[in-house]
Design a protein around this ligand. Structure first.
Ligand SMILES: Cc1ncc(COP(=O)(O)O)c(C=O)c1O
Length: 385
């Protein structure tokens, strides 16, 4: 089995697995209980918060635990309502994760204007067009740090500068950035709100975090107890938070060395595929992308057929698309970058994680070339390619 779908989710790292395992076996209390077991649990949650905050360069009190990256995005976008003034526009990039657009849409129905900021063919946000869109009516701008499909890295500082110059908030979805590139919300031009999630960095599913420069920008989506500074009701996900903290600390410890290894795996995979099949092309800017992602377009085939053929060979990757029950829709990211629908359907995403090896990368390239040639042969025989 070779797992190259780490942008979808990652396996727990051995450190996180053992940390969570020992906690599952231990008697733990509710972090809000005043007794010793409760206070021990509270200390674990707060240590985890410190670890996640340190990975973002944030003060711990500005970091809230939530249930997912999607929830963090939803809370962040809702800050459009609290930013003050007559600001009634929300600007969302055309390549955001669906949880950003989906949570902006209800605000659109309640009087806000939701506008889409375009990207250029490389996948980068069109900064000139963005600068032309942001003005005194803009409440919030949401532009991700790293794209989940192509790995393209967006110019976060420039987006922050454009947003702040007009007095707008800047939200950055950094779910795919954490553990792949440095994050520093304390930088001169930095996001006001930033979302991350544990399961993309070899932590557990079901735990995300939202950084907010100023917590008064936020309003609870889930009422109830006064957990998370009164901003998210519900007993804390202790195991999720501890796993997230351990994963975050592990990922930022040797960031440069680990990401160099990831890039070496991805590059040897990509070079081998492109050398064997010169018709295959890379989607997105090859220079400004994180080191783990390769989004490849294969001529003459439908990506879901290649995914199935690779699945049979024990290699797991994904098509750059959100699945519907009937047929995957073409990736909105690739379409926004100017690809045609057939080109988007012909594209697959291979995403490496820290548990992958160089041998796997080389073997994966053989598998992909072999499966692709086999598929094209079969399609030619029936006159479909
Ligand atoms: C860029 C990006 N944002 C947000 C999310 C959502 O994270 P979660 O699965 O924790 O809701 C994902 C997950 O695919 C993502 O890739």
């Amino acid at each position: 089995m070779i797992y190259l779908d780490n942008n979808a989710t990652t396996f727990l790292s051995p450190t996180v697995r053992s940390r969570i395992g020992s906690l599952i076996a231990a008697p733990v209390g509710n972090p809000s209980s005043p007794h010793r077991l409760g206070q021990e649990a509270r200390a674990l949650v707060e240590k985890a918060r410190d670890q996640v905050a340190a990975a973002l360069g944030a003060p711990s009190e500005c970091v809230l635990f939530v249930a997912s990256g999607s929830e963090a995005n939803a809370m962040a976008i809702a800050a459009a309502q609290t930013c003050g003034g007559d600001r009634d526009e929300i600007i969302v990039s055309a390549v955001e994760h669906s949880s950003v657009g989906a949570n902006a849409a209800p605000l659109g129905r309640s009087g806000y204007v939701v506008r889409e900021a375009p990207v250029v063919g490389s996948g980068h946000i069109d900064l000139d067009r963005l600068a032309g869109m942001v003005n005194e009516r803009t409440a919030i701008v949401s532009v991700q740090s790293v794209n989940n499909e192509t790995g393209v890295v967006q110019p976060v500082e420039a987006v922050a500068e454009i947003s702040h110059r007009a007095g707008a908030l800047y939200h950055c979805d950094a779910a795919q950035a954490l553990g792949k590139i440095p994050i520093d919300v304390g930088a001169r031009h930095a996001p006001d709100l930033l979302s991350v999630t544990a399961h993309k960095i070899h932590g557990p599913t079901g735990c995300g975090a939202l950084y907010a420069r100023d917590l008064s920008l936020l309003q609870p989506l889930v009422g109830g107890g006064d957990q998370e500074q009164g901003l998210r009701g519900g007993t804390e996900n202790l195991i999720g938070a501890v796993g997230f903290g351990a994963a975050a600390a592990e990922r930022v410890r040797d960031l440069a060395a680990v990401t160099a290894l990831l890039a070496a795996c991805r590059d040897s995979f990509e070079h081998a595929v492109l050398a064997a099949e010169p018709g295959v092309t890379v989607n997105g800017d090859r220079r400004h992308r994180v080191g783990n992602t390769s989004n490849l377009r294969f001529p003459d085939i439908d990506g879901d057929m290649l995914i199935a053929a690779l699945d049979d060979r024990g290699l797991y990757c994904s098509q750059s698309s959100a699945c519907t029950t009937a047929r995957p829709t073409p990736s909105h990211v690739l379409i926004a970058m100017g690809l045609s629908e057939p080109e988007a359907y012909a594209s697959l995403r291979f995403s490496f994680g820290v548990l992958n090896t160089q041998e796997e990368a080389e073997h994966a390239a053989h598998c992909v070339v072999d499966a692709y040639r086999d598929l094209v042969d079969r399609l030619r025989r029936i006159g479909a390619a």
